[in-house]
Design a protein around this ligand. Structure first.
Ligand code: T3D
Length: 261
C-alpha cells in the first residue's frame, strides 16, 4: 500500500517504519504524504494504545532528501511551503495523537530526522545512534520544532552549540543531557523496546493521552492556568473505567488490567 514507509497495526500497537534505507530514510515528497496518511490512520484507530516510529536499515532518518533540493537554473525553492505542507503538518498530526509515541532510534537521526525523533513522547536510542542538527551544515536553520524543543530539553547553551556547529551528539550524551529518554546497548535494543512498548500498551491510555497534553500545554501556561488544567483533566480521568479498575485492583491487592477506556 505504501512505497516509502511501512505501517503495521497489530492489536494495541502500531509501528511506522521509515523505509528508504539506501537514502538513510530521508524524506522525499512521497514519504511526506505517506507518513501523514499513516499518522491519520493511526489517529482513527481507537483500538491502538501505542505508536512506534523507527527506521529501516542502519539509519533512523537523514531528514530531507537532498536529491530533491539540487539547485536548478532559473528556479528558486520555497522551503517555507515545503515545511508547512511536509514536516509541520506531520508534527501537528503527531502532537495531537492521544496515544504515546515512541521513537525507536536505530541509527543516525539527522536534520528533520532528529526533529521527528525529538517530537515523540519517548526516545529510545541504540548506543551507536547519533543525533545531528545537520541544518547549518547546508545553510539552513533548524526546523521540525528544533528551535523550540532543544533549548527546553538541553538548555540554551548546548542547543546553540549543536545547532550552530552541527556537532553530532551520540546517544549516551543525548541521554545524559536530557535530550532523549534512554540509550541502550545495541544488542539489548529490540528487547528493551519491546518491554517499553508492552508496558505503555497495557497502561491507562486515556490518562496517558491527558498527561501528554498537559505536559505540552505547560510550556505556555502559568502555574495558575496549569492547576486549572490539571483539575479539568483529572475530572476526565476520574470518569474512566481504567480509574475504577486501578482503584479496585489496588484494594484487591492485584495488578490492574486496564482496557484503555
Ligand atoms: O528542504 C526542505 O524542505 C527544508 C527542510 C529541511 C529539513 C532537513 O532535514 S535539512 C537537513 C537534511 N539532511 C542532511 O543534511 C543530512 C545529510 N546526510 C548526512 O550528513 C550523512 O549522510 C549522515 C551524517 C546522516 C550519515 O552519514 P554516513 O557517513 O553514515 O552515511 P552516508 O554515506 O553519508 O549516507 C549513506 C547514503 O545515504 C549516501 O548515498 P550513497 O552515496 O550510498 O548513494 C547518502 O548520499 C545518502 N543520504 C544520506 N543523507 C541523505 C542522503 N540522500 C539524500 N538526502 C539525505 N538527506
Amino acid at each position: 500500500m505504501f512505497e516509502t514507509i511501512e505501517l503495521n497495526e497489530s492489536g494495541a500497537r502500531a509501528t511506522i517504519t521509515l523505509n528508504r534505507p539506501d537514502r538513510l530514510n530521508a524524506f522525499n515528497k512521497t514519504m511526506h504524504r505517506e507518513f501523514q496518511q499513516a499518522l491519520e490512520t493511526v489517529a482513527n484507530n481507537d483500538s491502538l494504545r501505542v505508536l512506534v516510529i523507527t527506521g529501516a536499515g542502519r539509519g533512523f532518518c537523514a531528514g530531507q532528501d537532498l536529491g530533491e533540493r539540487q539547485p536548478r537554473e532559473g528556479s528558486k525553492p520555497d522551503l517555507g511551503e515545503t515545511l508547512e505542507n511536509g514536516y509541520n503538518k506531520s508534527l501537528r498530526l503527531l502532537h495531537t495523537l492521544k496515544i504515546p509515541v515512541v521513537a525507536a532510534v536505530n541509527g543516525v537521526a539527522a536534520g528533520a530526522g532528529a526533529g521527528i525523533a525529538l517530537n515523540c513522547d519517548l526516545v529510545l536510542a541504540k548506543k551507536s545512534a547519533r543525533f545531528i542538527q545537520a541544518f547549518s551544515n547546508i545553510g539552513l536553520i533548524p526546523d521540525s520544532g528544533m528551535t523550540w524543543h532543544l533549548p527546553r530539553l538541553i538548555g540554551s547553551a548546548r542547543a546553540r552549540a549543536i545547532t550552530l556547529l552541527g556537532t553530532p551528539v551520540d546517544a549516551e550524551t543525548a541521554e545524559n543531557w536530557g535530550m532523549i529518554y534512554r540509550s541502550v546497548a545495541d544488542e539489548n535494543f529490540a528487547e528493551d523496546l519491546e518491554s517499553l512498548v508492552e508496558n505503555l500498551a497495557a497502561r491507562p491510555t486515556i490518562a496517558l493521552g491527558l498527561i501528554k497534553d498537559a505536559m505540552q500545554k505547560s510550556w505556555a501556561n502559568t502555574l495558575d492556568q496549569q492547576l486549572d488544567l490539571e483539575r479539568d483533566y483529572q475530572r476526565i480521568a476520574g470518569l474512566t473505567r481504567d480509574f475504577a479498575e486501578g482503584v479496585t485492583a489496588f484494594s484487591e491487592k492485584r495488578p490492574p488490567v486496564f482496557e484503555g477506556r
